[in-house]
Design a protein around this ligand. Structure first.
Ligand code: ATP
Ligand code: MN
Length: 479
């Protein structure tokens, strides 16, 4: 029977009154053959377990090593130690699982994040990753809460798809065909008719197109699931497998879309601030310490919590792509040729250095860029009357860059078909998508929020590999 266990998070809220309690967890430290700092993952804090001298078998005590798992039943008493109001005076001790101190790779000292990535199967047991993944959990929960409160329907879009949402490459193929003796057509191309699905299939890069089908029936839907991109970009912001939240709303234009996205991001931040205070305070300290290593001008102007509060209390800066290009072109940064990619003029795609300049140097707050040139955006975005731009929007966050990408969708069949032809998107294969425009089309819009980028923003971590349990990146799929 394990269900008498009290979680340490709950226990730490108790008033010490000699109650009997059973706790279980993993040993963080063991001092003076008497004091165990025990952690069970429910909170960043440990509970102190007191093993009175002489009361326990020496051989048993030797087995209390870092990360050994133990079960303790004892009495809750006031603690004499600093910073803790209670501790557990053990009456019985049981070692559930030994941990060979010589071999256990985590020592009670500071390890680099790079090292911890190599032991991702154990890194949850550190304070930093404990906090990061509890915050990640909270944000995931808050996402469902937010949309549920608004009456959105949670839709599960397929992981295996035959459509290429963006018309871009970068997809993982899904196949059961053999690599040698691959069945071929007469012209030498692979004969996918022989494949499992009888056609070429991929892992999804986005659930949006299917999401639009849902939105044009339920009114408002959202997806929250894994997406896959075989992009060979080894950056601190890209994963090959990441989670995306994609709301899609009927009867919605670009402005409604921007409003919802801003409200959503603020809701998530607020939820974490209210429910993960302890973890955020720990992460805030961690970040401050990490930044001490940096030269003054590379440090953030605000602490983590201060930054989150600032974002909550201020409107995001909205401006058009055209306005952004003007600001960038006129910036001293550009004039002094400090951008790796100089501002060549209207129509160019913005690089992350440009986005970060706008957010971090110019506005110093989140920015919603909108109405981009149509030639740098996807086929489904609604064409504006100027004939040059589309009703797209990206949200750029300090320290991260793009966190949301979205648009109002082209709901006019003729305009959509014309754009697809221009961009060489096969209209026949997309018959099901175009049907939404044939039968009761409506203005609609949506966006995609990269979940890991949101977790980065809230936790103050700087590498996306540190906010997903087991990162998949080019040449790396351990665990
Ligand atoms: P980027 O320019 O940063 O590569 P994108 O324009 O390819 O982003 P979208 O296709 O608009 O991004 O995807 C929507 C959101 O998904 C992005 O705003 C971002 O938050 C997230 N995202 C996109 N690609 C990745 C990735 N490889 N790893 C993690 N998150 C990603
Ligand atoms: Mn990309």
């Amino acid at each position: 029977m394990f269900n008498k266990r009290v979680k340490i998070k709950e226990l730490l809220q108790w008033e010490p009154q000699q109650q009997e309690v059973t706790v279980m967890g993993w040993v963080r430290t063991f001092r003076n053959n008497q004091f165990v700092a025990l952690n069970d993952g429910s909170t960043n804090s440990n509970v102190q377990v007191l093993l009175e001298l002489g009361k326990f078998d020496e051989a048993e005590l030797k087995r209390i090593t870092t990360s050994a798992s133990i079960k303790v039943t004892g009495i809750v008493i006031p603690s004499l130690g600093k910073g803790q109001k209670l501790e557990v005076k053990a009456t019985t001790l049981e070692i559930l699982g030994d941990s060979d101190a010589e071999k256990y790779p985590l020592q009670p000292k500071k390890h680099s994040l790079e090292f911890l990535r190599e032991i991702a199967h154990l890194r949850f047991r550190t304070s930093t990753f404990g906090s990061v993944f509890r915050v990640r959990h909270s944000l995931a929960f808050a996402i469902h809460k937010f949309f549920n409160e608004k009456g959105f329907v949670y839709m599960h879009t397929p992981i295996v798809t035959a459509s290429d949402a963006e018309g871009a490459g970068e997809m993982f193929k899904v196949t059961t065909l053999p690599f040698d003796e691959t069945p071929r057509n007469e012209d030498g191309t692979v004969n996918f008719k022989e494949d499992f699905f009888g056609r070429a299939t991929n892992l999804t890069v986005s659930g949006q197109l299917e999401g639009e089908l849902g939105a044009t029936a339920f009114g408002e839907i959202y997806t929250f699931g894994p997406t896959f991109r075989a992009e060979n970009s080894n950056t601190a912001r890209h994963l090959a497998e990441f989670w995306m939240i994609e709301p899609e709303m009927a009867f919605c234009d670009l402005e409604d879309n921007m409003n919802l996205a801003e409200e959503f991001i603020k809701y998530l931040i607020k939820y974490a601030m209210e429910n993960n205070r302890e973890d955020l305070e720990f992460l805030s300290q961690r970040l401050a310490e990490e930044e001490k290593q940096l030269p003054q001008d590379k440090r953030s102007e605000m602490g983590l919590i201060e930054k989150l509060e600032f974002v909550l209390n201020n409107d995001f800066q909205r401006l058009t792509y055209t306005e952004a290009i003007d600001i960038l072109r006129e910036s001293n940064h550009n004039k002094k040729k400090k951008f790796q990619y100089p501002i060549t003029g209207w129509g160019m795609d913005l690089q992350s250095e440009h986005e970060r300049y706008l957010v971090e140097k110019h506005f110093k707050k989140p920015v919603i860029l909108n109405n981009y040139p149509k030639d740098i955006k996807a086929f489904y975005m609604r064409q504006n009357d100027d004939g040059k731009t589309v009703a797209a929007m990206d949200i750029l966050a300090p320290g991260i860059g793009e966190i949301v990408g979205g648009s109002q969708r082209e709901e006019r069949l003729d305009k959509l078909e014309q754009r697809m032809k221009e961009m060489h998107i096969p209209t026949e294969e997309m018959w099901w998508y175009l049907d939404t425009r044939r039968f009761g089309t409506v203005p609609h819009a949506g966006f995609g929020l990269g979940f890991e980028r949101m977790v980065l923003f809230v936790t103050g971590m700087t590498n996306i590999r540190d906010v997903i349990a087991f990162p998949r990146t080019p040449k790396s799929a351990e665990f």
